[in-house]
Design a protein around this ligand. Structure first.
Ligand code: OAD
Length: 249
């Protein structure tokens, strides 16, 4: 059975749950792609942990500065814009993202729940105070370059990226809001995520369990197990605008 645009039109509560694939066509490498160039030299997960930062803060800060530069240089794509359009068409839309860029906000999306934090909001590794990062353009040319992290203005601790690392908890309020929306939604659109990282990856399953229809939009086909689950195979920037267009014109 295929997912019908009509089902989206009839929904009153919709959740968009996105992963790095949403921003892939804006030129931001997905999490796994971003690591691939470094794979021969570094253990991938070892760049995204507090321990990695303790071991080699300049390597980790440099890698995130490279990703921040990529995000700053990128523009929202047709999928981000389709989500913004959807927000104006359905009675309640909740956008939950694992993405650490701000392309959804820059596309005009009203409220975005960032489960994994954000590249633009670093904080002190020691005292956790926010650090106002300069909005200058970091160097995006070199992926493996070490850069010394700046120092906290209050305690002189090292400043860390404002993202959630492996082994860390998700921001509690964000997770609670996401969970509440997912449990109540009629339709959940899961866009460009590999579904490998917990607990975020549970969200589509929780929506299914609570009776929602779940639509996976990905360049890779998703193995669907329930009759309320659908797989739309293709690039987010093509599939999502088409779906929104079919549903709302
Ligand atoms: P991944 O890099 O794991 O997966 C990207 C997904 O997007 C894959 O399933 C691709 O098939 C799909 N994809 C790629 N290009 C696409 C396109 N143009 N259109 C649609 N789909 C496309 O990224 P995430 O699932 O976001 O967490 O990874 C989850 C988390 O893993 C990240 O947030 C990050 C990492 O650990 C943290 O940093 C805590």
């Amino acid at each position: 059975m295929e997912f019908q645009a009509q089902q989206l039109r009839d929904a009153s509560r919709v959740v968009v749950f996105s992963g790095a694939g949403l921003s892939a066509e804006s030129g931001i490498p997905t999490f796994r792609d971003a690591l691939s160039g470094l794979r021969e030299r570094f253990d991938p997960a070892a760049l995204a942990t507090a321990q990695a930062f303790r071991n080699d803060p300049a390597l980790v800060w440099g890698w995130y500065e490279w990703r921040r530069a990529k995000a700053l240089a990128a523009q929202p794509n047709a999928a981000h814009l389709a989500i913004t359009k959807l927000a104006t068409r359905v009675p309640t839309l909740t956008v939950v993202t694992q993405n650490v860029d701000d392309l959804l906000e820059r596309a005009g999306c009203p409220e975005v729940l960032h489960l994994h934090g954000s590249l633009g909001s670093p904080r002190c590794f020691a005292c956790a105070r926010a650090y106002a990062i300069k909005d200058d353009q970091p160097d995006e040319s070199e992926q493996g370059r070490s850069i010394e992290p700046p120092r906290c203005l209050h305690c002189n601790g090292k400043v860390r990226p404002g993202v959630v690392w492996f082994g860390e908890s998700l921001p509690d309020d964000v997770w609670r809001k996401a969970l509440a929306a997912v449990k109540k939604c009629d339709v959940l659109l899961s866009v460009g995520t590999s579904g490998l990282v917990q607990p975020a990856a549970e969200l589509p399953r929780i929506a299914l369990k609570h009776g929602a229809q779940v639509v996976h939009i990905n360049v890779q086909p998703e193995l669907v197990v329930e009759n309320r689950e659908f797989s739309l195979v293709g690039r987010a920037a093509e599939v999502l605008p088409k779906l929104v267009e079919q549903a709302f014109g």
